[in-house]
Each structure stands twice: as C-alpha cells, then as structure tokens.
Design a protein around this ligand. Structure first.
Ligand code: ZN
Length: 238
C-alpha cells in the first residue's frame, strides 16, 4: 500500500454521518459554501435509500446528528433534521446509476459564472480533464430548484454516465463511486471553470488524446485529492 493510500484509508472506517460531515467541512474550506444551501449524500449500505445532510445548516455547522436517512420515496427514515427541498437530485441519480454511491450539489461562484457564458468547457488544465472532452453536460430544462422526482430524473438523464453536470443559473452536481471522489470532482470542476474564465474565450485546450490520457488517472487522482483534504481540512477548521 502506498503511503497516501495508507493515510487515506483512515476514512474507510468512518460512519456515513462522519463522512458527510467531513465532506461538508471540505466543501466549506474549498469555497463552495452558500450559506445553508448545497448538500451531499451517500448511498445506504443496506439499500434502504440515501444519507443526506440536513437542511437549514451551513457546511461549517452541520454535525453527525444533522444527517438524515431518506427512503427511495423521500421519506425520512432516520434522523431529526429537515430535508433539503432538492433531495430528488440525490435519489433520482442514485436510482439509475448503480455505480454512483455519492452525490454533491453546490452553487460555486466560478462554475455558475462559467456556465452562464455558454462556452464549451475545454481541457485547459489537469482539473478539466476529469470532465472533458467531450464537453461537459449542461442541464437546460430549468435554472430553478430541482424540487420534484421528475426534474431529478431529467437531471439524471442529462448527467448520463458522466461524473458532473453544470446547471446554468444555479450550480453543479458531481457524483462518484464514493463521497471522496464526488467532493474532489466538485472542487476540481470549480477550479477548471475558474481557469476557463481567466483564460477567456480564445484559449487553446490540450489535444483530445493528451486530455484523455490524463483522464485515465482520474480515479486515483480524485481519491488522492480527497484523502489529503479529509486529513487536513477538518483540523484547520476546528
Ligand atoms: Zn441548488
């Protein structure tokens, strides 16, 4: 086992509630907090549904007791916290993506600004190669909240088999085989969008072949990023 994997494996023993709290702290540190909006989820190991951060709490203040378990119909099975109105994002994606065990939805500044330009996301940095080519998916049906199972299902369809989707005028959704990869994808997507805005419309991307070569290392890279953040960020916020 490589050194970084050994350190990161400490997170493997965390409960779903602990994982979600750590993910929230990482997203806060990464600048993806938007007061009490934005949420993360993980699939229940016993197939009962999805563990979701409770509503009306910031990423910086949510505690393990504020995490709820939702059934596949959206009923609260465990926990006393409120349910985010956009809970269908999590349920509908995980219903159709058995490979996805975690979903992140945030409203990050650069991603929202970039999505509003309508420009394609290009392979301008290492981060962008986790998502493109081809161009990133965009959910264009509405920029309003994803409040219903139908809208959640449409969003899942738009995401397809990919790891991220931009929702112009609203935010982003990233997914992963574990919560760490979904969180790292969110931080990488935000940085890719920031770089795209800095570079401007005429920027030149990596050739597709080079970008796709980088993509082959994506899984390991995202895990390494999460392991680093999970080790260091909560301490810096305590
Ligand atoms: Zn939202």
């Amino acid at each position: 086992m490589k050194n970084d994997e050994k350190k990161g494996s400490l997170m493997n023993t965390a409960s779903k509630q602990q994982e979600i709290v750590t993910a929230c702290r990482v997203l806060e540190y990464a600048g993806q907090a938007d007061m009490v909006w934005g949420h993360v989820s993980v699939r229940d190991d016993q197939g009962r549904g999805v563990w979701l951060k409770g509503s009306n709490l910031g990423f910086d203040e949510v505690q393990e007791s504020d995490v709820i378990l939702l059934s596949w119909e959206g009923e609260i099975l465990e926990g006393t916290a409120g349910r985010h109105v956009e809970y269908p994002i999590h349920l509908e994606i995980m219903k159709v993506r058995p490979d996805v065990n975690a979903v992140v939805h945030t409203h990050p500044l650069y991603s929202i600004a970039f999505a509003a330009t309508g420009w394609p996301l290009m392979a301008l940095s290492h981060e962008a190669c986790h998502f493109v080519p081809p161009d990133i998916a965009r959910f264009l049906k509405t920029g309003d909240l994803i409040r219903t199972p139908d809208l959640g299902s449409d969003l899942a369809l738009c995401l397809g088999d990919r790891n991220a989707v931009l929702i112009p005028h609203h935010g982003i959704v990233t997914v992963g085989s574990d919560l760490g990869k979904a969180v790292a994808a969110a931080t990488h997507l935000e940085r890719a969008c920031q770089i795209a805005l800095l570079a401007g419309e005429g920027a030149q991307p990596s050739p597709d072949e080079e970008a796709l070569q980088k993509r082959e290392r994506s899984d390991r890279h995202l895990s390494m990023a999460w392991n680093y953040l999970a080790r260091t960020v909560p301490k810096s916020l305590n």
